[in-house]
Design a protein around this ligand. Structure first.
Ligand code: PLP
Length: 370
């Protein structure tokens, strides 16, 4: 078989595609076994069974899944769209509401990377208004003219909740002008902070949810968009005919059963405890300069040399994520909360790393300069 050269492909591909930088997902940087604490997955996940035949095309929006999620989230079934992860929800929103080369979105870095990536692949520009002390810069946001405003709460990677009053202020400002999308991928770790109760008064509010984090189903690829039925109907025009494979629908329905939800809540309680134990311990390590308070299944730490810290842990077969390239952050690592065993190995490795003289002295030099 003769192979296409890169230049032959480039002569055919759209300019946009030639310019895109491939997304490096957490998974693409993994190798081998070891302890995976770099993608905010849930290590305490239950096992699932499948049954039946798969010869028929699935329903585009399987009723059992939609109804179960609507009941779980406290909305009506016509306010729910199920998609291939929350990531597909982000992409559908941008493709449905942003005219390429014309419209923009507003995001508040440091935050989740896919808003900007999906915008770029739809030739939609991105207004970046940095978080200010983990709060929204409202004046900065109000100075933008986007079609969509993305607010992530709890925010990835900082772990903080965006104050509800600020979200309401954004909703009031953009009424009739833009949709306000609140990404609640981690809301099960702080359920009282959900803005779903605001949906009834604010028809331009959109809430993103997923089974990937608290429900422990990142491999399933199943997420939800909650919004007014008119918005859901617009997204349904853009979604693929069969976005949810039948095995995905079956497993999602099991996860959203009463026992599935109870299991999820138990694993959230365990993770919240493991997280607070980890934070208590990390506060004693001399090389840790800042620990962000977390409302999710990960913790952001500022260290002297993030790349060095990640590399040292790789030697101990533990994968964490360097988030230093995020706008507004420097020398930070994000650690996902894993199983009790994972956390023990992580703490031992980090303790050893920070006990090494060179790290401490490097930090002290940094502190003196700061
Ligand atoms: C993980 C994550 C998502 C994506 O969830 P999927 O359902 O796995 O696509 C969306 N938003 C944030 C903030 C996330 O961390």
């Amino acid at each position: 078989m003769s192979e296409l050269t890169v230049s032959e492909v480039n002569s055919l591909a759209r300019q946009l595609v030639k310019d895109l930088v491939p997304y490096a997902s957490a998974r693409s940087s993994m190798s081998g076994g070891g302890v995976w604490l770099n993608a905010n997955e849930n290590a305490l996940a239950p096992a699932y069974q499948l049954d039946g035949t798969f010869n028929r095309y699935p329903s585009c929006q399987p009723k059992a899944v939609i109804n179960a999620y609507a009941a779980y989230a406290g909305v009506s079934a016509d306010q729910v769209l199920v998609s291939r992860g929350a990531d597909e929800g982000i992409e559908l929103l941008i493709r449905s509401f942003c005219e390429p080369k014309t419209d923009s979105i507003t995001i508040c870095p440091p935050t989740y990377g896919m808003y900007a990536i999906s915008a770029e692949s739809n030739q939609t520009s991105v207004n970046k208004v940095l978080l200010d002390n983990e709060q929204l810069d409202l004046d900065g946001i109000f100075a933008t003219k986007p079609k969509l405003v993305f607010i992530c709460s709890p925010n990835n990677p900082t772990g903080d909740l965006i104050p509800r009053q600020q979200i309401i202020a954004v909703l009031e400002h953009f009424k009739g002008k833009a949709l306000v999308v609140v990404d609640e991928a981690y809301i099960e770790f702080a359920p009282e902070a959900s803005v779903v109760p605001l949906l009834s008064q604010h028809p331009h509010l959109v809430v993103l949810r997923t089974l990937s984090k608290a429900f422990g189903l990142a491999g399933l690829r199943c997420g939800f968009t909650l919004a007014a039925p008119q918005i859901i109907n617009a997204l349904k025009k853009m979604i693929a005919p069969y976005p949810i494979a039948e095995p995905v629908a079956q497993i999602a329905a099991q996860a959203l059963s009463a026992s599935g939800i109870a299991q999820m809540q138990q694993s959230v309680a365990s993770i919240n405890q493991l997280r607070s134990d980890f934070i208590t311990m990390a506060a004693h390590w001399p090389g840790v300069q800042k620990i962000w308070p977390s409302n999710a299944n990960y913790v952001l730490l500022q260290v002297a040399d993030a790349a060095d810290c990640v590399a040292a842990l790789i030697k101990a077969d533990i994968l964490i994520r360097n988030q230093s390239s995020q706008l507004g952050l420097s020398q930070v690592v994000r650690v996902s909360i894993g199983s009790p065993d994972d956390m023990q190995r992580l703490s031992a490795a980090m303790q050893q790393y920070f006990a090494a003289d060179n790290n401490v002295s490097k930090n002290q030099q940094k502190r003196e300069r700061a």
